[in-house]
Design a protein around this ligand. Structure first.
Ligand code: ADP
Length: 262
């Protein structure tokens, strides 16, 4: 009981801290966003590269503001804004950010088939899911390695659904993030999805990354699984229900394909 109380208190103080930071961050992001939106209007003759940079600045400031809003609304349990979207675009965007920001010793690859089904989701939340998984992959490869973000269509049939309580029968888009890092040992593997569980040094890990991933994916009616081998690497798989316009022959067509490099 004492442990539960301690946990509840810790949760509460983390919540207070998080919303405090989110408020401050909101104040910081507001002028950045305003600047990024105003500058192109003030300098319409600016060269294309400058305008492009401002556009990137605006998109990312907006993304930041969205995330802040989510943290603030987390306690209130506000749902994301779900639209029909193509995960491929999200992966391409994330890969670009990773290539610009991760150490050069980490090779970032993507593997997506031409015909990837659509999913219904909140792009900011799903962006965060991918970023959380990729940052973990980076941290697992301190001496460099290979990070692959892949996606594939998967039709989950009765047999599969029976083995996995979390999945329904139907079409899914599976996104996988694999690394060639340190891997996760058995006893740790059971705990990684717990909030606040971290093996990282104080100040480097909050232990909230994977619980955020689970929370977001559950709100998308999806599920997550993980495969890992110590010393070889880890692969996280995120399953999202596919939506719209999927015919039976599409499914048969696409099942045997492995996808094309990008
Ligand atoms: P944090 O990254 O802040 O520690 P997470 O919830 O994202 O919190 O991860 C919890 C723990 O799971 C990590 O501290 C690490 O031990 C383990 N982990 C997650 N992803 C990987 C990975 N790709 N390779 C090895 N260990 C991982």
């Amino acid at each position: 009981l004492e442990a539960q109380l301690f946990r509840a208190q810790r949760l509460e103080s983390i919540g207070t801290l998080a919303s405090g930071i989110a408020h401050d961050l909101n104040n910081i992001l507001t002028p950045i966003l305003a600047g990024a939106q105003l500058l192109p209007l003030k300098f319409p003759d600016a060269d294309e590269r400058t305008l492009h940079l401002l556009e990137i600045l605006e998109i990312n400031a907006k993304r930041g503001a969205d995330l802040v809003k989510q943290v603030l609304s987390f306690a209130r349990g506000v749902e994301g804004k779900h639209i029909t979207l193509q995960i491929k675009h999200l992966i391409v965007e994330v890969a670009k950010i990773l290539r610009e920001t991760f150490p050069k010793s980490i090779e970032v690859c993507i593997d997506i088939p031409h015909e990837l089904w659509m999913v219904s989701g909140d792009s900011t939340q799903l962006h965060q899911v991918l970023m959380n998984l990729c940052v973990n992959a980076r941290d697992a490869m301190p001496n460099g390695g290979k990070l692959i973000i892949a996606a594939q269509n998967l039709f989950i049939d009765e047999n599969y659904a029976r083995m996995n309580v979390e999945s329904n029968v139907g079409p899914y888009v599976v996104i996988s993030v694999s690394d060639t890092g340190v891997g996760i040992s058995g006893e740790i593997l059971d705990r990684i999805f717990e909030p606040f569980f971290t093996t990282k040094p104080v100040g480097q890990g909050t232990g909230l990354g994977l619980s955020t991933v689970i929370g977001i994916i559950k709100s998308h009616q999806g599920f997550v699984d993980v495969l890992s081998e110590v010393g070889r690497g880890t692969c996280f798989k995120v399953y999202l229900p596919a939506v719209g316009g999927i015919e039976k022959h599409d499914i048969e067509d696409l099942l045997p394909h492995t996808g094309h490099g990008e």
